[in-house]
Design a protein around this ligand. Structure first.
Ligand code: 5GP
Length: 191
């Protein structure tokens, strides 16, 4: 998505450790009009795939997931990273290692929100080493639901997880794929 590439070039900041900061429109301040455009693009890519539910993980996946859901008219379920009194009863739970925080947490989703009839689209803001996506895909499998694919705002292609998932037969659609980025801010997109 060309507008996303332009926005990343203009507003993105490369931090040490291969982290791209996009707090001005995707991760802290939310450019809602632009997120709606990204959501509409995700809906266009998965039109006709009979998605019944979008699955994401708190917190930074929620905004883009909600805009995709608004265009697809399906609910969003988000995995929680912390034990909460809001999550009661039986849960799907998977350990996920966080790329940005360097810790491992248990992501949980209440069993009542994922069922074998669901056709699930996983949506997240970033794809780095693939731990979040693999964790969420594990929950879809545990629920006996069908994984339609994954929609990502920004894939860091140089970290390899997107291509590994594709080679395993999982459909991964990323609105921008970064193939190279340097600490001095040089960013190269996949063509
Ligand atoms: P993965 O599990 O694929 O290694 O990492 C994906 C998760 O880590 C995303 O949910 C995202 O929140 C976070 N993340 C990974 N890389 C980046 C990055 O470069 N910038 C930002 N802002 N978040 C990232």
């Amino acid at each position: 998505m060309q507008e996303l590439e332009i926005k990343i070039k203009k507003d993105g900041q490369v931090l040490p450790g291969d982290v791209l900061k996009v707090g001005s429109f995707l991760n802290q301040q939310l450019d809602v009009d632009f997120l709606m455009e990204m959501g509409a693009e995700i809906a266009r890519l998965f039109k006709g795939d009979d998605v019944t539910k979008i699955l994401t993980i708190e917190s930074s996946g929620i905004a883009i997931a909600v805009t995709a859901a608004a265009s697809m008219h399906v609910p969003v379920v988000f995995a929680k990273k912390h034990v909460s009194s809001n999550v009661s009863g039986e849960c799907y739970s998977v350990p996920i290692h966080s790329f940005t925080h360097g810790n491992t947490y248990n992501a949980t989703v209440s069993k009542e929100y994922l069922s074998p009839e669901d056709r699930v689209l996983i949506v997240d803001d970033f794809l780095a080493r693939g731990n979040a996506i693999r964790g969420l895909a594990g929950m879809v499998k545990d629920a006996g639901a069908s994984l339609v694919g994954c929609a990502i705002a920004v894939e860091k292609g140089f970290q390899g997880a997107g291509d590994a998932l594709r080679s395993e037969g999982i459909r991964v659609e990323s609105l921008a794929i970064i193939d190279r980025m340097t600490d001095d801010g040089d960013i190269e997109f996949r063509r």
